[in-house]
Design a protein around this ligand. Structure first.
Ligand SMILES: Cc1cc2nc3c(=O)[nH]c(=O)nc-3n(C[C@H](O)[C@H](O)[C@H](O)COP(=O)(O)O)c2cc1C
Length: 158
């Protein structure tokens, strides 16, 4: 095994795309993630993996809440904007239509669905942390098609 082969094999697995938002000390944070998956139905648990150097770690740890925004096929620019680590946390939200949740976290409008979660557990995962989240609320707009990530490319289901 080597890094390139490992990345290529993992990238051959098609996923949806999410933006995970959080908030701490009046600053909104968000990053693009395809590592989201459901874990348990009793209780309702989900997980995602986040690079240990990512700017959202502090907000997730201290703010303790986050929202998983599941992107629709009209939101590829939002996917790129929240994956751009040259943008500050505030700049990533520029031009993005949002509403604010009870926990003061931004919900991205026109997504397919979202889950409001509380951090339950953080597990060491090599150069990433594995966040286990307990789901406290959610919304579904089933009339939209998903954004898909496959072989390092954003794709749409036609
Ligand atoms: C489609 C896609 C999926 C991604 N998934 C993840 C992920 O699951 N975990 C992660 O740590 N970074 C992921 N990234 C990279 C982050 O979005 C990017 O590095 C972001 O800039 C990290 O936030 P930071 O700049 O605030 O540290 C993904 C990027 C893209 C384009």
């Amino acid at each position: 095994m080597n890094d390139i082969l490992f990345r290529k094999i993992c990238g051959s697995y098609a996923t949806g795309v999410t933006v995970i938002t959080s908030s701490f000390e009046n600053t909104d944070y968000g990053f693009t993630a395809n590592s989201f998956t459901s874990v348990s139905i009793n209780p309702y648990l989900i997980l995602f993996c986040l690079n240990k150097n990512a700017s959202s770690n502090n907000a997730l740890l201290k703010g303790n809440h986050f929202i998983i925004n599941i992107l629709s096929n009209s939101q590829s620019e939002i996917c790129n904007q929240f994956a751009n680590n040259n943008l500050s946390p505030n700049e990533r939200f520029k031009g993005i239509k949002t509403i604010t949740s009870k926990n003061k976290i931004k919900i991205i409008l026109d997504s397919i669905s979202n889950l409001s979660c509380k951090v339950k557990n953080i597990i060491d995962g090599g150069d990433h942390f594995i966040y286990i989240g307990e789901v406290v609320d959610g919304n579904l707009n089933n009339d939209r098609e998903p954004l898909v990530y496959h072989n390092s490319m954003i794709r749409k289901i036609i």
